[in-house]
Design a protein around this ligand. Structure first.
Ligand code: HEC
Length: 311
């Protein structure tokens, strides 16, 4: 594809967060490519279907796809105080994507942020959250990732401008948010536990909706309380059930919104929320009604936090 088109759709507003907004799924996978040793067998169709569902539940991993760009081919630009990074090519291309990685290596990158060569990803890719993804969902997701068209498109290298960022700051930060090495085997299938899993882990709602503290980690004591400056610099609303400053929609209204982008007042989801609902090859809109309702119920059950965003 022409070079001009490649970069036209980058997010231009600078990321205000040191470690990024975490809207970038799988970012940085292949900033340095390393070849795996074994090749996966052709994935089973039902596994692929399930994987695409997980992909949609994660908002379509849209950070890895430029608007109108080839699916999962990376190259979206993110500016932060630490420098500039570009999302990685996560297509199955063997040379420039993740086609040469084993399933295990891909899963380790998704949930532990470690590349096959041991290098750590910058947590703009939200592995502290994806760490909770269930083994079965990860396997399905990887099977799906292997089915999208391979794109030969080299990754752009990141430009870190903060001294000692990767040698000192990043390891210290990661030590503070230590990840569990072993994933939970299965995902909850119903009830509040299902809603919590979809909202906190796969849907990574908190990566945008939770304010960040000085370390730039999400301030989970104010989970989903919104922020005046989200990952792209725009405000992200408070969606806790606080009567004065939060979300007062019914469960059905929330579930409908996640499926259609339509708000009860007739407005439609804009910005990054519009992106995750629409997704890429799949998005939140492709969740079943039961799953959207599970998310809505869980959302209504979290502690209300008073935090006025905008207006
Ligand atoms: C990539 C960032 C991002 C992610 C991930 C995200 N949101 Fe949002 N969300 C936004 C932004 C930005 C808005 C404001 C959109 C607008 O003004 O139209 C928003 C708006 C909303 C609204 C409307 C609130 C209102 O008062 O208008 C709801 C409800 C919502 N999000 C729920 C969720 C849930 C539930 C999840 C996870 C399943 C989620 N969001 C994940 C960025 C995000």
């Amino acid at each position: 594809m022409p070079d001009a088109m490649r970069h036209e759709t980058c997010i231009r507003a600078p990321l205000r967060t040191v470690l990024g907004g975490g809207i970038l799924l799988f970012l940085g996978f292949t900033l340095s490519f390393s070849r795996g040793t074994s090749e996966a067998a052709a994935p089973m169709p039902d596994l692929v279907t399930r994987g695409k569902y997980v992909f949609g539940a994660a908002g379509g991993c849209g950070c890895h796809t430029e608007t109108k760009g080839p699916l999962n081919a990376g190259g979206r630009r993110y500016d932060g105080p630490f420098g500039t990074v570009y999302s990685s090519n996560i297509t199955p291309d063997r040379q420039t994507g993740i086609g040469g990685w084993t399933d295990e290596q891909i899963i380790t990158a998704i949930r532990l942020g470690r590349r096959p060569n041991g290098e750590r990803l910058i947590p703009v890719h939200p592995y502290p959250v994806f760490n909770g993804m269930a083994e079965e969902d990860l396997r399905a997701l990887v099977a799906y990732l292997r089915t999208v068209p391979p794109m030969n498109r080299p990754n752009r290298s990141k430009q870190i401008t903060v001294p000692l960022f990767e040698s000192v700051f990043l390891p210290a930060w990661l030590a503070a948010f230590a990840a569990k090495e072993t994933p939970p085997p299965i995902a909850p299938t119903s009830g509040l536990a299902r809603g919590e899993y979809l909202l906190r882990v796969v849907g990574h709602c908190g990566e945008c909706h939770t304010p960040r503290g000085v370390t730039q980690a999400t301030d989970n004591s104010r989970f989903l309380a919104g922020t005046p400056k989200g990952p792209d610099g725009d405000p992200v609303p408070n969606i806790t059930p606080d009567k004065a400053t939060g979300l007062t929609w019914s469960e059905e209204e929330i579930a409908d919104f996640l499926g259609s982008g339509n708000k009860p007042d007739g407005d439609v989801a804009g910005g990054l929320m519009g992106e995750v609902i629409q997704g890429t090859s799949a998005g939140y809109k492709d969740l079943t009604n039961a799953d959207r309702l599970a998310i809505a119920r869980y959302l209504k059950s979290i502690p209300p936090v008073r935090n006025k965003i905008g207006k």
